[in-house]
Each structure stands twice: as C-alpha cells, then as structure tokens.
Design a protein around this ligand. Structure first.
Ligand code: ADP
Ligand code: ASP
Ligand code: MG
Length: 434
C-alpha cells in the first residue's frame, strides 16, 4: 500500500537566512522515512522587497526597479554562499536564470494591468527559496525533488488573488506528485503561486503559502498538514500586540475559520476550508521549539474556549446615504453590492439604519475611492479611515472593557459568541503644566 502523504509548510520567518534554512533541515531529519510534500514561502521579507520592484517598474522607474532587484540578487547570493561549502552548479544556474528572466521583463513596457506585472515579478521569491531549500536538503542527505507549483495549482486570471480551479488542480496533483514521491521521500514546492490556462503566473494573495499547503493537502488526501511558525501555536491573541496570551491546544475548524477571517494572522483565512472538507487535521507548530506539541485543529475540538481576540488594522468605515433622501431599500443594497464586488472590497461588518448603510472594509490600494466614485451618482458617502476592527470570540465583559480603553467605538455588533467593534484611537487627555 502507498504511504500516506504529510504536508509541511515553512514560512518566510523560518527561512530568513542560512542558519534558519539549516535549522529547517534539522527539523526535517526525523521525517526522512516519511512521504512529505514541503511547501515553502519566500525567504524573510523577500516578497515585500519584490513588491517594491514591481511598484517602481510599473510607475515608470525602471532604474530604481533594477537596482532593487540587484539588491535582492546580492542578498540571495550571500545566503547561498553561507549555506553551501561548495555551491551546486545547477543551483547557481537556476537562480541566475530566474533573476535574468525578471531583469529582461523590466526592459519591457509595463502591462496595462498592474496586478498582472505584480504576479510575474513577485512570484520570483518562492521560486528562489524553493531551489535553495531543495538543494540544501539534498546536500544534507535528505533526497528531495523540486516541483514547480505552477504545474499543479491552476487558477483563473484574477491576478494577485487567483481563484483555484479545483478539478484541474486535483488531476495534476494526482498525476505529478506520487511519481516524484516514489523517487524521493520529499517533494519540495512553492507556496503562494499558481498558473493560468494561458500559462501566466498568478499569486493567491499575500500570505497565501498556508493556503497552497492546504490545496496540496486536499488534492493529495494528506494524512495531516503542519505549518511551522515562530509562535508555539495558535494563541488567544497576537503576541506582538497583546501580553498574557496563552496557547490553545485544540481548536475546531469553525473557530479557526472565524478567527483567521477577522485577522488572526497566524493562518491564512482560506487555509482551513479545504482541510475541513476532507477532515484533514492541521497542526500549528513552533519551528523555534519543534519538540513542543503546538495547536491541533480538527473536527471535534470541544467548545470550551477562552476569549480569543483578532485585530484587523487598516479598516475604512463607509457611511452611505441616498441622494434623493429616500430610505435605503433592497434595490439600493443590491446596487451597492454589485459595486462592492467589482471593486473587490472585502466587507467585514455592515449595519443599516432607515437612511444610511454602513460598511466596514479592508482599506486596500484605491479600492474605497473607486467604489465611492462608482456610486457617486445615486449616493452620498463619508469615509472614516485608519480604523481597527477588533473581533472577540467567546467574549467576557472584562475583556471587552479592557479592549475599549483609549478607543472611540464607531460601530459595534454582537452575536452570542462574537463581539466586533470598529474603533479608532483617541489621544489621552492630560492636564497642561501650569
Ligand atoms: P509565516 O512565517 O508562516 O508567514 P506569519 O508571520 O504569517 O507566519 O504568522 C505568524 C505570526 O502570526 C506570529 O508571529 C504572530 O505575531 C501572528 N499572530 C497573529 N495572531 C496570532 C494568534 N492568534 N496566535 C499566534 N500568532 C498570531
Ligand atoms: N511570500 C508570500 C508573502 O509574503 C506568501 C507567504 O509568505 O505566505 O505574502
Ligand atoms: Mg505568513
């Protein structure tokens, strides 16, 4: 019988430099006899740096774009030289080819669609890291095949947010991955990237490598998926923002979906659903302390949870009212949602009164402006920006109270298990020196 596959995902923080990559090799040693599909993100902050390349290029600054790309090439080369006593020739060739292909692209006139150019450039990060990590694993005695994720993950052509074509992707995963796993126990591939039917590269949305791992897990009917993070597991809140957080040992798929959708950044929100559909367990584990158990996400995780908090920054509250002073009726809401869809606004909260409709959305690029322009003929809008959406699952009065301190609450919604508030900071009043 064929061995069950496990899927592991390593994010940018776990691959930030040569010693981090060595550490990933050490984490993988005990699994040498298992069939593993390993999904990697770009190293460290490479994706942010590549976004700057794409931005400069598309805004008519090709020299700046070339310089930024050159800097990324140099830091990549430095990592490779530190990692290998003798750099494998094929690795040098692959990395050089990848950089040259983007350098050439920078000589061309930008495409009409920014998102298209963005994906062709920014996808470089995962291609680079996957070649380096695969070469390292082979060098330390862990035979590993390199797989181009674009041969498997097929998407539509919504650049920067490709929608997965599941039947095509499943067919390719089934056809391409098992033969590689027969050759080597480990198959290593890229997170974040996919391919259109015209053979152009797409990306799945920032932080999308967790989602890629879930796509592979689903298509390969994996035994389990593990994502290795810089935290001990899923915590009651982001430790970068809150003190006294604690680890949750077991979490249901539903809780995980609710928390990640509203901004718990530890797992990409699209990750859970494919796993839930096939009851594939998810482990969120620490790459810093790999011997610890982490968080186990599964079907039946009980329902006694402590209060859990997710904070989503960069929110905009759009207050909409009709120009003809009529009530906001169903046909208005229909029109508004059509424009919400075309401008790709993500609505996190909404509330209506007789004469106004309020939506809270992620304030990305110029989407809010485009939406307001599109509805301008029939609706008046006012926009409040730089807001935070705080979501508390299993809320208690004291937690709500502590989170409200020093904030103005602009909108609030309560369900039995979830409380959400849209807040902005208020400067703390102090008595003037006399
Ligand atoms: P990756 O390297 O895989 O991309 P991320 O940086 O995206 O990992 O996710 C890990 C980070 O998520 C942590 O460093 C932590 O600051 C943040 N985070 C936000 N909410 C939570 C939470 N509820 N539990 C744990 N970590 C959280
Ligand atoms: N490298 C991509 C990003 O930084 C995808 C990921 O890391 O998940 O957004
Ligand atoms: Mg991430």
């Amino acid at each position: 019988m064929q061995k069950k596959v496990n899927v592991f995902k390593f994010g940018g923080a776990s691959l930030k430099d040569a010693s981090a990559i060595r550490h990933v090799g050490e984490i993988l040693q005990p699994f040498a006899g298992d069939s593993l599909v390993i999904v990697v993100s770009a190293m460290g902050k490479t994706t942010n740096a590549l976004e700057e390349v794409a931005h400069a290029y598309w805004h008519g600054k090709p020299d700046e774009a070339r310089q930024k790309l050159h800097d990324i090439h140099q830091s990549t080369t430095a990592i490779i030289q530190e990692l290998f006593a003798e750099v494998p020739e094929e690795l040098t060739a692959s990395i050089n080819d990848l950089f040259v292909s983007v350098e050439w692209a920078l000589d061309e006139t930008p495409n009409e669609e920014y998102d298209f150019d963005y994906d062709q450039i920014v996808s470089l990060g995962e291609l680079i890291s996957s070649h380096i990590v695969a070469a390292h694993l082979n060098a330390v005695g862990l035979p590993t095949s390199w797989l181009d994720a674009r041969d498997v993950i097929q998407t539509d052509n919504t650049y920067r947010e490709g929608w997965v074509k599941w039947p095509e992707t499943e067919e390719r995963a089934d056809r391409l991955v098992p033969p590689l796993l027969k050759e080597t126990n480990f198959v290593l591939t890229q997170g974040f990237i996919g391919n259109t039917s015209e053979n152009y590269t797409t990306t799945l949305g920032r932080e999308g490598s967790d989602y890629s791992a879930a796509i592979f897990s689903y298509c390969l009917n994996a035994e389990a998926m593990s994502i290795w993070k810089d935290v001990p597991g899923v915590l009651t809140a982001d430790p970068r923002i809150f003190e006294n957080v604690s680890k949750i040992d077991r979490l249901s798929y539903r809780e995980a979906i609710e928390m990640t959708y509203y901004g718990a950044k530890v797992i990409h929100p699209k990750t859970i659903k494919p796993l839930q559909n096939k009851s594939i367990p998810l482990y969120v584990r620490s790459f810093i302390e790999p011997e610890l158990e982490g968080t186990f996400v599964t079907d039946d995780a009980g329902d006694a949870y402590p209060p859990m908090v997710a904070v989503e920054p960069d929110q905009a509250l759009i207050n909409i009212s009709t120009r003809d002073f009529s009530f906001v009726a169903e046909h208005h809401i229909k029109e508004l949602f059509e424009h919400i869809t075309t401008t790709r606004l993500q609505v996190n909260m909404m509330q209506n009164t007789a004469i106004s409709f309020n939506v809270v959305v992620n304030d990305i690029d110029d989407r809010v402006e485009r939406f307001c322009t599109l509805i301008d003929e029939n609706f008046k809008t006012t926009v409040d920006r730089n807001l935070e959406l705080i979501t508390i699952r299993h809320y208690t009065p004291d937690v709500v109270e502590s989170l409200r301190r020093g904030k103005v609450n602009l909108l609030e919604g309560r369900l039995p298990l979830t409380l959400q508030m849209v807040v902005k900071d208020v400067p703390v009043m102090r008595r003037k020196e006399s």
